[in-house]
Unconditional design. Structure first.
Length: 85
């Protein structure tokens, strides 16, 4: 009986961590996308090589890298789940 109880606790913890991980993934994805939108508004298209525009372009590239890392992490988790089954 104790073994079943401990198993249910660990399973509930696993499900809760998985749910929180998905929420965190979506929040980070939304934040990265919002940063891309914000940095696009900061670009000066008349003088793209000005100081502020270069900083905005760096922010856009960094946000794209963050989204790419999140997508790679999600794909690796799905591969890991398939290998466990």
């Amino acid at each position: 009986m104790l073994k079943g109880f401990l198993y249910s606790i660990s399973f509930n913890t696993f499900v809760r961590e998985l749910f929180l991980m998905k929420i965190l993934h979506y929040i980070l994805f939304i934040l990265a996308f919002a940063l891309i939108v914000f940095n696009v508004t900061q670009l000066n298209f008349d003088n793209i090589l000005s100081n502020d525009s270069v900083i905005a372009m760096i922010g856009i590239v960094a946000s794209f890298c963050a989204i790419l890392i999140l997508l790679i992490f999600r794909m690796s988790k799905s591969i890991e789940d398939k290998l466990k089954d």
